[in-house]
Design a protein around this ligand. Structure first.
Ligand SMILES: C[S@@+](CC[C@H](N)C(=O)[O-])C[C@H]1O[C@@H](n2cnc3c(N)ncnc32)[C@H](O)[C@@H]1O
Length: 310
C-alpha cells in the first residue's frame, strides 16, 4: 500500500494557504482599481493583498501599504520585491491615514482596503505571544515599539477592569470567574506566559465547558489582544476619517474576523450611507467560499463589506 506523509502534506497545504490572501478573488473583483490608480492597503501584513492591488494598478500605479508591525513590513518588502516600485511602505497605525496621506502629498485615492486582525506570520511566532497553541511571553503587541503589552494589562488592572475587557472584547461568558482567578494567581506570582494564561482560563471555567469547538481560552486571548492594540478604537477612528480621501466611485473594502469589528463597520457604513457620503455595494457581508474555507480553514470567519464614495 502507498504510504502518504500526511503531516507533511498538511503542513505544505497550510503554508501555501498562508501565502494566498483571504478573499483574494472577491477583493480583486470589488476593488476594481483603474490602471495607474492609487490605493491604500492599511493592513499590509505579508503583502498578499498589496501584491494583488499592485498588479491591478500596474506599473504606473501606487499602493500605500501601512502596517504597525516593523517585522511584518521588513518581511513584506522582501515578498514584494517584484512590484517594489509601485509600493510605498509606511509603519504606522491606519487610524493615522490622514497624516500618512498628507505626509506623502496625496489628496485622494481610488480605494482603501483593511484586512483586520493579525496575520499568520504574527500568530505562528510564539515570541509574539498571540498563540494559545505555543508557549511564549504574554506580549500581543502588533507594534513592538508600543509601551503596553498583555503582561502589563493582566498583571496590573483591577479585577473589575479585567472582567470588563473579557466581557466587552471577548464576549466571554465566564468573564467574572476568569478575572477573579487571574487576580488570585498573580498574587502568588506574576502571570508571564501564554501557557499560564490559557491554564488559568481552563481552571476558571466549569468543567463541563472545557470541550468546545474552539479552545476555551480563545475569547480571552482575543479580548487582551484587542485591548493591548486598541483595535476597535483604531477601526472607529479610521472609518471616521477616510471618506474625504476617497475619489468619487472609490471603494472601501473591509474584511473583519469577528462580530465586534463587523458591527463597527456595519454601523459606520450605515451612518455614512444615510448622510449621502457612501453607498453600500453589498447590502450584506460576503463570507468566504466553501472552496477557500477548505484550503485555508483560518479564513472561515472572514466577512467582507464594501462601500463606494458617491
Ligand atoms: C490579517 S493581517 C493582513 C494580511 C495581509 N492582508 C496579507 O495579505 O498578507 C493584518 C495586518 O494588519 C496589521 N494591523 C492590524 N491593525 C492595524 C492598525 N490599526 N494599523 C496598522 N496595521 C494594523 C497587523 O499588524 C497585521 O500585519
Amino acid at each position: 500500500m502507498v504510504q502518504f506523509a500526511w503531516e507533511e502534506i498538511k503542513k505544505s497545504m497550510e503554508e501555501q494557504a498562508a501565502h494566498i490572501p483571504v478573499m483574494h478573488k472577491e477583493i480583486t473583483e470589488y476593488m476594481r482599481l483603474p490602471a495607474g490608480g492609487c490605493c491604500v492597503d492599511g493592513t499590509l501584513g505579508m503583502g498578499g493583498h498589496t501584491r494583488l492591488l499592485a498588479e491591478q494598478v500596474g506599473p504606473t500605479g501606487k499602493i500605500i501599504a501601512i502596517d504597525r508591525d516593523r517585522q511584518s513590513l521588513e518581511t513584506a518588502k522582501k515578498n514584494l520585491s517584484s512590484v517594489e516600485g509601485r509600493v510605498i511602505f509606511v509603519q504606522d497605525d491606519f487610524r493615522n491615514i490622514d497624516r500618512v496621506l498628507e505626509g506623502l502629498n496625496i489628496q485622494s485615492v481610488d480605494g482603501i482596503l483593511l484586512d483586520l486582525g493579525i496575520s499568520s506570520f504574527q500568530l505562528d511566532n510564539e515570541q509574539r505571544g498571540f498563540s494559545i497553541k505555543a508557549n511564549g511571553p504574554l506580549d500581543m503587541r502588533m507594534d513592538q515599539d508600543s509601551w503596553l503589552s498583555a503582561y502589563d494589562l493582566i498583571n496590573s488592572l483591577s479585577e473589575k477592569e479585567l472582567s470588563l475587557i473579557l466581557k466587552d472584547y471577548g464576549e466571554e461568558r465566564w468573564h467574572n470567574r476568569i478575572a477573579r482567578r487571574l487576580v488570585q494567581e498573580r498574587s502568588i506570582r506574576p502571570i508571564e506566559t501564554t501557557k499560564d494564561l490559557s491554564d488559568i482560563v481552563l481552571k476558571s471555567i466549569p468543567s463541563g465547558q472545557k470541550w468546545q469547538k474552539i479552545h476555551p481560552a480563545t475569547r480571552t486571548f482575543q479580548a487582551f489582544r484587542i485591548a493591548v492594540n486598541r483595535e476597535l478604537e483604531s477601526l472607529d477612528i479610521a472609518l471616521s476619517k477616510i471618506v474625504p480621501y476617497l475619489k468619487p466611485q472609490g471603494r472601501i473594502c473591509i474584511i473583519s474576523f469577528h462580530s465586534l469589528e463587523d458591527r463597527i463597520v456595519k454601523n459606520k457604513f450605515r451612518v455614512l450611507a444615510q448622510s449621502g457620503e457612501l453607498q453600500l455595494v453589498l447590502k450584506k457581508p460576503l463570507s468566504v467560499s466553501l472552496e477557500e474555507e477548505h484550503v485555508n480553514p483560518r479564513s472561515r470567519s472572514a466577512r467582507l463589506r464594501v462601500a463606494e464614495k458617491l
